[in-house]
Design a protein around this ligand. Structure first.
Ligand code: CTP
Length: 390
């Protein structure tokens, strides 16, 4: 995770440096401690004051500026957990390749001995030039991580490769870099969102589940190296990448898809909110108004967790308990009746918990006892839950 990490950000001369202001702000929001070095050329595009303000840190530009008791370019190299250069110009790339140390940034880099991530940005011809490509290859062979530029309309009015990756994706890359891959070789099934049960040709029964919890768990599990199968009911679109997603509608669909994946899985995290009842006789046409009250004959749906737990072998099965009263008592009952390893209990009536919000207040209930967690984001809770299966 980026939170609390010391990131040394090097900014070189290129129009893409205006996008790095946004990158700075995103890194600060994620909790990074930033220090920034700008080359002289970079300061022609964006003022150091802008970076100082957005990065909430000092910006270093001049290697000769300093005090008798500090060698700043060496101190910063020691301080950093990660050195990130964005944008990386063709010129600084060439200097790095040959170990030139003629400004603060390149001198600091020479004194730095940990991982380096660079996000090149330049004109397409400069990028595809054999000299640049050879320099990039040298860096790759030294273990430098390159965030490849994308293709697009460049500031020089050329369409081609050379556009710096978007700040949002650079942050994701860095987050991924800092995330320990402690779920490697684990297959994790995550379910999310509501299910729906038809009433007639046009109507259905469902619930308020937004799917947020399940999608956060799926995304975090992927970052931690797991193979993730996300089985999702109908929800608003969420961003996911590298995750196999299966869309379902009814409880039966959900049960069938879990069945397909369960045998060779390591864990099932059942964050979906299946509908407990379905209509006994679904009309195959639209039910017309009759001027009378209408009663629906509802029958109970199969409890998927209970069903799947009976097939449990090595898998860790985690369920949720969405309650409005007697939270722990009801959660313990679910733990025993559904024969799962953990129940994540939350009181839907508490502010900051439940459907459609970005936070949750949960208690982890298992046969060993109850752990009450403080209010946290669904992303943080997702990682707490994943800690249970690592
Ligand atoms: N669940 C399930 N199959 C169902 C209903 C729920 O597998 N038909 C799962 C949910 O995904 C959740 C857990 O069981 O992980 C508890 O769901 P919850 O809605 O809190 O409780 P229910 O078992 O439906 O019981 P009740 O509605 O009476 O509280």
């Amino acid at each position: 995770m980026i939170d609390g990490k010391n990131i040394l950000l090097g900014v070189t001369g290129g129009i893409a440096s205006y996008k790095v202001v946004d990158l700075c702000s995103r890194l600060v929001k994620e909790g990074a401690n930033l220090k920034i070095i700008m080359t002289k050329a970079a300061t022609k595009f964006v003022s150091p004051l802008t970076f100082e303000t957005m990065g909430r840190c000092k910006v270093y530009t001049d290697i000769f500026e300093g005090h008798h008791d500090h060698v700043y370019h060496v101190d910063l190299a020691k301080w950093a957990d990660l050195f990130l250069i964005a944008p990386l110009s063709a010129n600084t790339l060439a200097k790095i390749t040959y170990g030139i140390a003629d400004n603060f940034l390149t001198a600091c880099l020479l004194a730095y001995d940990k991982d380096l991530i660079v996000a090149p940005a330049m004109n397409s011809n400069m990028y595809t030039n054999v000299a640049t490509q050879k320099n990039l290859l040298t860096l790759v062979n030294r273990g430098v991580k390159i965030i490849e530029p994308s293709e697009g309309l460049l500031a020089c009015n050329v369409i081609g490769p050379g556009r710096m990756e978007e700040p949002e994706n650079i942050v994701k890359y860095i987050e991924d870099y800092f995330t320990e891959k402690d779920l490697l070789n684990k297959k994790v099934i995550v379910t999310a969102g509501p299910t729906i049960e038809p009433i007639d040709y046009v109507r259905y029964i469902t619930n308020h589940s937004s799917g947020k919890m399940g999608y956060h768990i799926a995304n975090e599990a992927k970052k931690r190296g797991a193979e993730v199968i996300l089985i999702s009911g109908p929800v608003e679109p969420f961003k996911i990448s590298g995750i196999k997603k299966v869309d379902i509608k009814t409880n039966l669909d959900l049960q069938k898809e879990i069945d397909k994946e369960f045998t060779d899985s390591d864990a099932l995290i059942m964050a979906a909110a299946p509908t407990d009842y379905k209509v006994k006789d679904v009309a195959d046409k639209k039910i017309k108004k009759s001027g009378q009250n209408l009663s629906l004959d509802l029958i109970e749906n199969i409890d998927i967790l209970k069903y799947i737990s009976s097939k449990k072998d090595k898998q860790i099965v985690i369920g949720f308990a969405a309650e409005t009263e007697n939270l722990i008592k009801n959660a313990q009952k679910k733990l025993n009746e559904k024969k799962v390893d953990y129940i994540i209990a939350n009181n839907l009536k508490m502010e900051g918990a439940g459907f459609n919000v970005d936070t949750n207040i949960a208690s982890l209930v298992s046969k060993d006892g109850v752990e009450h967690l403080e209010k946290m984001t669904k992303k943080e809770l997702a990682n707490k839950i994943l800690d249970l299966i690592k």
